[in-house]
Design a protein around this ligand. Structure first.
Ligand SMILES: [Zn+2]
Length: 236
């Protein structure tokens, strides 16, 4: 518990020093439009791992090796800041804060680089890596659900109002993992129904990436039986 508190303190120090708190204040302003009602509020922060390590090496390690856990720490600090500074009045729970950490760069070591020719065939640890390649195809920009609010169909249940059931898109999740129509209420087991006017949509685009060496095959210079497999990336 003390560990988590000290990590949250470090997140606050980092956000203060890096201008993240100032950005949070600015980003909250448009959400106070009374016309706007959303299930979740999305905030994007630039994270420089070297600066985080300087503030707190334990937090730096967490950001680089357990980014989902680090995101939860940032989410919690943002929610506290929003509540303490009254930045958004209509926010009710921490789950409504959707934080995205964008890395400004990664350490220049091989374990932080993903070579498309050595693509791992097993599931490795879920942590950030950089990759370089050639884009050979891309789709149009389409919408996906970033967050949605669900209400219990049973009128007697406390979950029939409020923000008890919030679903937020998680990295790697499909659309049906975020929204579908047979989720059950955790309080009473009745069916949940989405309150569609609270749905938050975001943009996504798919690109096909291939190793630059594939160009040699296309130009016919390389006479070998090598094949290059492209990978599909989801940009959100
Ligand atoms: Zn219920």
């Amino acid at each position: 518990m003390a560990d988590i508190l000290s990590l949250k303190e470090s997140v606050l120090v980092y956000l203060d020093r890096s201008g993240g708190l100032q950005k949070l204040t600015e980003d909250c302003k448009p959400f106070n439009d009374p016309q706007l009602s959303e299930a979740v509020y999305r905030f994007r922060f630039s994270v420089n791992p070297s600066d985080v390590i300087e503030v707190d090496p334990v937090l730096g390690d967490c950001v680089l090796h357990e980014p989902l856990r680090a995101t939860v720490l940032f989410q919690s600090v943002c929610f506290l800041a929003i509540k303490t500074l009254s930045l958004i009045e209509k926010i009710h729970t921490e789950s409504q804060v959707n934080v995205i950490l964008n890395f400004t760069h990664l350490p220049p070591f091989p374990e932080y680089t993903l070579d498309l020719c050595r693509f791992p065939r097993v599931y490795g640890p879920m942590r950030p890596v950089s990759m370089e390649g050639l884009v050979i195809a891309m789709t149009r920009v389409t919408k996906y659900t970033q967050g949605a609010r669900f209400l219990c169909v049973s009128d007697d249940c406390p979950c029939s109002k409020g923000f008890h059931h919030i679903r937020v898109h998680a990295p790697g999740a499909t659309e049906s993992a975020t929204v579908r129509n047979h989720f059950c209420c955790m309080m009473c087991g009745s069916q949940l129904k989405e309150d569609v006017k609270f749905r938050v949509l975001g943009d996504k685009q798919l690109v096909e990436l291939i190793h630059v060496k594939a160009l040699d095959v296309l130009s016919g210079r390389q006479q070998s039986s090598l094949r290059y497999q492209s990978v599909t990336l989801f940009l959100r």
